[in-house]
Design a protein around this ligand. Structure first.
Ligand SMILES: NC(=O)c1ccc[n+]([C@@H]2O[C@H](COP(=O)([O-])OP(=O)(O)OC[C@H]3O[C@@H](n4cnc5c(N)ncnc54)[C@H](O)[C@@H]3O)[C@@H](O)[C@H]2O)c1
Ligand SMILES: [Zn+2]
Ligand SMILES: [Zn+2]
Length: 400
């Protein structure tokens, strides 16, 4: 039996998403049908819409989502009613955070325990190859599902391994953001870079991801935590999230993007890259132990390398348009013994880290409410993406 739903479909770069009525097949073996409850709008959706990352068209975007399990595929046994959430398996009615990597469990990375580097994640082809297609237009033609979860749709069929149960007391918006921004940012600080108590941290870019890096650094006991963004509102939120200092950057808007009101205001009284460097040196006694880039601009990637001390670690979280290269002064970099590393999905093992992060939130140890801005419907995604292009506002979340 087919289930009808509405979803926001990416048809071509630099065009608005289209709301379409689609049909969903029942779950196959190893799959579950879910009803979406919330989805964040992440810059990794915007990169696709803006044509900066080449992806399939006729694709339901969204990858930062939470859902409720409605039906288990034919070969899946329900988790017993009295078993704890982390006993493995799913039950109809579970609140699940959707993972944009459903680890295959068999590749070398999975066998090393590095699920975030899985070479063959289930649904990683966006479910467009015939055996994996579950979503179709009324004429039967297949629709792809971003990262195998396509959270900008009212319902989806996903791999059971992509649906991670969390405490049902977790609010839908928070559960959704754990699916990408929070896990990516908190994990970059606590897992990838493994920041230690008393280490100094600078975070460049304070969107949903960068603010989560700040929270992760605070959780790890970092001090000072210097937050950098060109939008003053973000600096104020970063202070609430645990940053000890906020520096307003004067960097202009992304090429081709008209400055919004917030951006122009930010340019007044903002610090130049040289002033930021001098201030970070002053505050850290010569350079930060850790710098995180959470925007995805080559200029701020290069800046991050300049902001760490000798032997300091630069962790890149932001992702540029595909094919861009950043430059480092190799002589200085080597002589100064610096470390440069990439962080994908916060080095997370979703099945362990999602429920743990939800618990930290419920125990008031991670102030994730600070991330949530406007709640919108599916029809509001295009204006949410436009506001994100301008750097305005906090994380917008689609609430179903
Ligand atoms: N590594 C991963 O696994 C992973 C996961 C999710 C997202 N990402 C990437 O992380 C990046 C950030 O995502 P997001 O959703 O938080 O984005 P976002 O658009 O919400 O936030 C970007 C922030 O950077 C600020 N900014 C922009 N240009 C600036 C400049 N020149 N100087 C200072 N601040 C500037 C903006 O004001 C904004 O606050 C994106 O590139 C996204 O694709 C990576
Ligand atoms: Zn794998
Ligand atoms: Zn994301």
């Amino acid at each position: 039996m087919k289930t009808p739903l509405v979803a926001a479909v990416f048809r071509a770069p630099r065009r608005p998403l289209e709301l379409e009525a689609l049909d969903l097949d029942p779950p196959g073996p190893g799959e579950v049908a879910v009803r979406m409850v919330a989805s964040g709008v992440c810059h990794s959706d915007l990169h696709v819409v803006d044509g900066e990352w080449e992806r399939l068209t006729d694709l339901v975007l969204g990858h930062d989502g939470a859902a409720v399990v409605e039906e288990l595929g034919p070969n899946l046994a329900e988790r017993p009613a009295d078993a704890p959430l982390d006993a493995g398996g799913l039950r109809v009615g579970d609140l699940v955070v959707l993972s944009w990597i459903a680890p295959c469990g068999a590749c070398r990375a999975c066998r090393r325990g590095e699920a975030w580097l899985c070479a063959r994640p289930i649904g990683g082809d966006h479910r467009v190859e015939p055996p994996a297609v579950r979503l179709r237009r009324p004429d039967g033609s297949p629709i792809g599902v971003y990262c195998g979860i396509g959270t900008f749709g009212e319902r989806q069929v996903v791999a059971a391994g992509a649906a991670i149960p969390v405490d049902p007391a977790t609010p839908p918006e928070i559960a959704a953001l754990i699916g990408c921004a929070v896990t990516t940012g908190v994990g970059a600080a606590t897992k990838t870079a493994a920041v230690r108590p008393g280490e100094s941290v600078v975070v460049i870019g304070l969107g949903g991801v960068g603010l989560s890096v700040v929270m992760g650094a605070a959780l790890a006991g970092a001090d000072p935590i210097i937050a950098v963004d060109r939008v003053p509102e973000k600096l104020a939120v970063a202070r609430l999230a645990g940053a000890t200092h906020g520096l307003q950057a004067g960097g202009g808007p992304r090429p081709g993007v008209r400055a919004g009101r917030g951006v122009r205001a930010a340019a007044e009284g903002a610090l130049s890259p040289e002033e930021i460097r001098a201030t970070v040196r002053d505050l850290t006694g010569g350079g930060a132990d850790h710098a995180f880039e959470a925007i995805g601009l080559t200029a701020t990637v290069e800046q991050a390398v300049e902001l760490v001390r000798l032997g300091g670690t630069v962790t890149l979280v932001g992702m540029t348009p595909q094919g861009q290269r950043a430059g480092i002064d190799v002589y200085d970099f080597v002589e100064q013994g610096k470390v440069l590393r990439g962080s994908t999905y916060g080095s997370a093992v979703p099945a362990l880290d999602f429920p743990r992060i939800a618990r930290l939130y419920l125990e008031d140890r991670l102030p994730l409410d600070l991330l949530v801005g406007e709640r919108i419907g599916l029809e509001g995604i295009d204006s949410a993406l436009a506001a994100m292009r301008r750097g305005e506002g906090l994380r917008r979340v689609v609430v179903y």
